[in-house]
Design a binder for this molecule. Sequence first.
Ligand code: TMP
Length: 210
Amino acid sequence: MKGRFISLEGGEGSGKSTCLAYIQSWLENKSIPYLTTREPGGTSLAEDIRQLVLNDREESVHDLTELLLVFASRAQHINEKIKPALDSGLCVVSDRFIDSSFVYQGVARGGDMDKIQTLSDWVVKECLPDRTILLDVPVEIGLQRVQSRQQSDRLDKESVEFHEKVRQGFLERAYKDKGRFSIVDASQSIKAVLKDIDIALNAAFHLDKY
Ligand code: TMP
């Protein structure tokens, strides 16, 4: 039987790492075999592409280059890691996936949504997440959390307007596809956030029905 595919999405400083650690312990407690991964990245080559996307550089990065790089990384990630893992029955949990491209390269950068959809149809095909957990946090709070980190990447440093577009972009996608998305208010206390993650995971594994 194919494993379940879960993605975790959210703006900068939404607390994905804490939630990912919780999801891992949840899966271990339920004895569900799993693999965690991230985008851009997830394989050696895809991680090299991640550096190309996120590192600061003198030369400006054209929006189309950025878009094609994240999809190149995803092609490698899906075919070399995600699909084989799902086919072998592992649950795959990815820190970011296709929704980030629609939101960052599409909504926030103003990229052509039809072209992104075409790339998605070509690269991702049916390898879509069964459940996507969106950690929603007001931009101010998210950016404060990121500023307290030692390192920030090229995208962290985008304008507040850019990050507002990211937040709205994710929320719109989530409202349009409520069957797949669970929206979690990530500005709550950690305890409350993890409780909501628990509910989302139970829904992902249909454990809420029993
Ligand atoms: P993060 O995983 O630490 O949040 O950093 C990944 C960054 O890459 C984040 O700013 C979002 C960005 N990104 C895109 O712009 N497009 C994509 O398709 C993906 C997966 C990530």
